[in-house]
Design a protein around this ligand. Structure first.
Ligand SMILES: Cc1cc2nc3c(=O)[nH]c(=O)nc-3n(C[C@H](O)[C@H](O)[C@H](O)COP(=O)(O)OP(=O)(O)OC[C@H]3O[C@@H](n4cnc5c(N)ncnc54)[C@H](O)[C@@H]3O)c2cc1C
Length: 304
């Protein structure tokens, strides 16, 4: 690995390489041991080149956005992790189209759309991830969803070959996209089709959604958002609350008192604490209601 990293820094000099970087510093859960190497691209073209070099050398690569939907192992991940959420990543609006780099934060993309008088991306403003992560997860909130506005995705494979996918809503499902089951594909950018709108009204809409989020979610504590997908017949949070699990704790991981669909890190939580709590919740909810809760959060670096 060491010689590969030296090769990488010569081949892609604009990228920053951090060795043994704690993943807890890069995930909203604040959980995770060291990544053998974390690579921060210095420009958009770095990503395909980094992937190509790793493929050539047979090194394992994982891609993360802003780490807001991830649970990482306590003993870290022996791989090269490319983090796309970097400062150069931006968004542009032209006519009715918003284009954004994969690493652009959704909040920034939503503000770019608003400033260009484009409506339809407000739902994404308060989701703390990147455009790439949102495409992969088909992120959604308050009735809005990536699949309803996405037009195309530029992506590349492990050889660094770029391709474009023209999207149709039917290609996406609940927290699922054509990329969800294909970690070998990396989203580089995406375009979204939006409608003309008044910037003041768009701001008011985003503010209203922020208030709803602040009132209902434990944003003051580290978490990875909703832990479980919405099961048939109700909301995960409601089943968990009715099973009496609010406040239930394993080590530093606790079912939020504010929103039972969230597990929060109340201090020093480990990946193992969260996993044990997830299993406990799943068993209790299955026993009480016969409902299977499936995880929405991704177990990063775990091969299944
Ligand atoms: C407080 C809080 C509130 C949240 N609210 C919502 C909500 O309302 N709605 C919602 O849908 N989600 C919500 N989330 C979850 C999360 O923000 C979303 O799933 C988001 O889309 C993840 O983006 P990310 O950049 O952080 O991706 P990451 O967490 O970094 O990665 C998620 C997955 O996408 C993959 N990935 C990321 N970028 C790329 C890329 N460029 N190419 C290929 N694969 C990639 C990763 O490998 C991983 O499998 C919330 C999370 C938190 C902490």
């Amino acid at each position: 690995m060491q010689s590969f990293l030296s090769y990488l820094s010569a081949k892609v000099p604009s990228a920053r390489i951090l060795e043994y970087e704690p993943l807890s510093k890069h995930t909203s859960f604040q959980i995770g041991g060291p990544a053998r190497a974390m690579v921060l691209p210095g420009k958009p073209d770095d990503i395909p080149e980094l992937l190509r070099c790793a493929q050539e050398a047979g090194e394992r690569v994982l891609v993360m956005g802003n780490g807001t939907n991830l649970l990482c192992p306590d003993d870290g991940i022996y791989a090269v992790i490319i983090k796309t959420a970097v400062s150069f990543a931006g968004a542009w609006a032209e006519d009715d189209t918003l284009t954004a780099d994969a690493g652009c934060l959704l909040s920034r993309a939503a503000v770019t759309a608003r400033d260009a008088g484009l409506s339809g991306f407000e739902f994404a403003h308060g989701i703390p991830g990147t455009v790439g992560g949102a495409v992969v997860m088909n992120a959604g909130a308050f009735g809005g969803e990536v699949r309803l506005v996405i037009r195309s995705v530029d992506y590349c494979d492990t050889d660094g070959i770029r391709k474009t996918l023209h999207c149709h809503p039917a290609m996406f499902g609940y927290r699922r996209s054509p990329f969800t089951a294909h970690p070998e594909l990396t989203v580089l950018s995406a375009t979204f089709g939006l409608n003309p709108g008044d910037p003041d009204e768009i701001t008011a809409h985003m503010d209203a959604l922020r208030c709803r989020r602040t009132a209902s979610q434990p944003l003051e504590l580290p978490s990875a958002g909703s832990v479980f997908k919405r099961p048939e017949g109700g909301y995960a949070g409601k089943f968990i609350e009715e099973a009496g699990l609010k406040g239930c704790r394993m080590g530093g991981a606790m079912v939020s008192e504010k929103h039972a669909g969230f597990i929060v890190n109340v201090g020093g939580a480990t990946c193992d604490d969260v996993k044990r709590l997830i299993e406990h919740i799943q068993a209790k909810v299955k026993f009480r209601f016969g409902v299977d809760l499936e995880c929405e959060i991704r177990f990063f670096g775990v091969t299944s």
